[in-house]
Design a protein around this ligand. Structure first.
Ligand SMILES: Nc1ncnc2c1ncn2[C@@H]1O[C@H](COP(=O)(O)OP(=O)(O)OP(=O)(O)O)[C@@H](O)[C@H]1O
Length: 575
């Protein structure tokens, strides 16, 4: 048994409520699954359809993982039934499952609350609940599930055991513990590490983790990533690479697949815009393929348990400060050795102090050997395939947006970003027209490629044919509009402006200048808006944090801005 299990299991069996806080990979899942099953076996439920235990997880992936652990016991002789209730399928599927009887429910809060509100029989079945578990409690709260959870409490009997599990403790988690737990026993399994001159101090990451950082300019990052991945190939080691946005994952994976030494590597992309079904398949390929590389957003930061991940590389530091510990926690699980490395730009150096204050020991490391300048090759790929060219622009735009919205913006200061170096580091041929980049458009700091962007073709023949047809249609529309001359409205406008001729040339010049600027700004906005819209990224930058989208949708549902059906569809398909 692991320490957290040794502490929690007897407490639950003694009918105590437990609030547990233990590092990633310390075996928290079994610390609640074992006593939960044991309690249900000891106290037979009044009917085969009674629900004896509920586990609430923040995401579908985590719920699925916990459900799989429960299932393993059921397949080996534990005579209970279990079901998984998430937004992954139609509500009716869940209703049918529940009718057949579920002694253990593993669920995400939104869907469970919905079913409790709709189904009188489920409301009755939970009246004899023995145990409730809130897993990854801090994330449940971050995602805006607090209200849903407190509403779920109202359906459950007060005489129950409640467990609250988290690898990061916050004031909000403590408030939730006060609301849902009765005199909980606090279990904190801490890791100590020896620090020169300070004796032993507590740390928030596993003791078997070697945690390092590397200062790199924006232009060095991709080359170092390739050097790192070649090393992983040599060692046949499994690794996870974290990036800031979905679009960054898509773009850099397209580049990596074409880099020398990596063409035969198994590089998988995972983020919220990958469909639910494809996400399951990506995850299972990653688990079952030796030396596979997962490039992901924070969607894969928490709770996911892949025992043989040897390295975690944080290509971009996380938006959410707590995510750092969870990302690292995908390696060095349950006493195994693991390594985590963080790429930082030199101006982001205070992040190291920030980590130290949070009891996260970290050391500087040497750059990976064998790095070469691959950015010209990347630009060449973009020039030969419009798909890569467009992915690059989108990735860059979303990265800038995510950087501007950084939760630790006193460390990650937008004004300190070297945007020209960043654009070079993204191997862009042209700068997207963004207000943030206006001063760079004609600057020598970023040399725009001479290649005409309209001439860059899709490698995929079908897509290219479609693009040509669209261009032709737009040109015809323009010609037609020209031939028809100005519209009635335009003629009116021009007449009016002649009548009100400006009283001085100076004023006219200023007006012309303002008009030009407004036109340029409107064009920039329209271009960025079109780029984001085409790629299903909201203007509010919701590409930035995948999981926040579910929380945002939940809030909109609560405010009555979307219906339950819309919520289900959006969460089901898009997240
Ligand atoms: N007593 C045990 N003996 C052997 N293996 C165990 C034991 N308990 C847990 N494990 C294994 O350790 C791994 C990590 O466990 P688990 O996923 O529960 O960690 P966790 O603390 O929930 O991590 P995280 O905070 O990242 O979610 C799993 O692969 C699990 O099967």
């Amino acid at each position: 048994m692991t320490p957290v299990q040794a502490a929690c299991i007897p407490l639950f069996l003694d009918h105590c409520d437990v609030a547990a806080d233990a590092v990633t990979g310390s075996g928290k899942t079994l610390a609640f699954v074992v006593p939960l099953l044991e309690l249900l076996l000891r106290t037979p439920l009044p009917s085969p359809t009674s629900v004896g235990a509920i586990v609430l997880s923040p995401t579908r992936e985590l719920a699925q993982q916990t459900y799989d652990v429960v299932k393993t016991f059921l397949q080996h002789g534990v005579d209970l039934s279990a079901c998984l209730i998430t937004g992954a399928h139609d509500v009716q599927v869940d209703v049918n499952q529940l009718k057949e009887g579920c002694n253990v429910i593993v669920a995400t809060p939104g869907r469970l609350l919905d079913l409790l509100n709709k189904s009188g029989s489920l409301m009755k079945s939970v009246k004899h609940l023995e145990m409730l578990v809130l897993d990854e409690a801090d994330r449940l709260l971050d995602m805006g599930f607090e209200q849903a959870i407190t509403q779920i409490f109202t359906f459950l009997p007060k005489q129950r055991r409640t467990g609250l599990f988290s690898a990061t403790q916050t004031n909000e988690v403590q408030a939730l513990a006060r609301a849902g737990l009765r005199n909980p026993v606090q279990v904190a399994v801490k890791v100590e590490h020896r620090q020169e001159g300070a004796g032993s101090v507590q740390q928030a990451t596993p003791s078997t983790l070697i945690n390092t950082y590397l200062f790199l300019s924006a232009e060095e990052k991709f080359n170092q990533l390739v050097a790192f991945l070649r090393l992983m190939r040599q060692q046949q080691a499994k690794a996870i690479v974290y990036m800031a946005t979905c679009a960054c994952v898509n773009y850099f994976v397209s580049l990596l697949e074409n880099m020398p030494g990596l063409r035969r590597a198994k590089i998988l992309a995972l983020h919220s815009k990958v469909s639910s079904k494809a996400r399951t398949s990506v995850f299972s390929t990653f688990c079952n393929t030796e030396g596979a590389i997962l490039v992901s957003t924070d969607i894969a930061a928490r709770g996911l348990d892949v025992p043989d991940v040897a390295w975690v590389l944080q290509y971009d530091p996380p938006q959410d400060p707590d995510a750092y510990v969870h990302r690292c926690g995908r390696t060095a699980r349950l006493g195994r050795q693991g390594r985590a490395v963080l790429f930082l730009q030199p101006h982001e150096d205070t992040y190291i102090d920030f980590l130290n204050v949070r009891n996260i020991p970290i050391e500087e490391q040497e750059p990976f050997e064998g790095a070469e300048d691959l950015l010209p090759r990347c630009r060449d790929l973009a020039a030969k395939d419009r798909d890569i060219y467009e992915k690059g622009k989108l990735a860059f735009v979303t990265f800038i947006r995510s950087y501007k919205e950084h939760k630790c913006n006193y460390i990650f200061q937008f004004k300190k970003l070297d945007l020209a170096a960043l654009a070079r580091g993204f191997a862009l041929l042209h700068l997207p027209r963004m207000p943030e980049l206006r001063s760079l458009q004609n600057s020598r700091a970023f040399e725009q490629s001479k290649i005409d962007q309209a001439s860059i073709r899709f490698r995929d023949k079908q897509r290219e044919k479609q693009r040509q047809q669209n261009m032709k249609r737009r040109a015809e529309e323009r010609e037609k509009a020209l031939a028809e001359g100005p519209s009635e409205k335009e003629r009116e406008r021009s007449k009016r402006s002649k009548k009100n001729e400006a009283w001085s040339k100076q004023k006219q010049a200023k007006e012309r200048k303002d008009k030009r600027r407004a036109k340029a700004e409107a064009k920039e906005r329209a271009e960025i808006h079109a780029l984001l819209k085409e790629n299903n990224v909201g203007d509010d930058g919701h590409d930035v944090d995948d999981l926040a989208q579910e929380a945002r949708l939940m809030r909109r549902l609560k405010q009555g801005k979307i219906t339950q059906a819309e919520y289900d569809r959006l969460v089901g398909d898009d997240l």
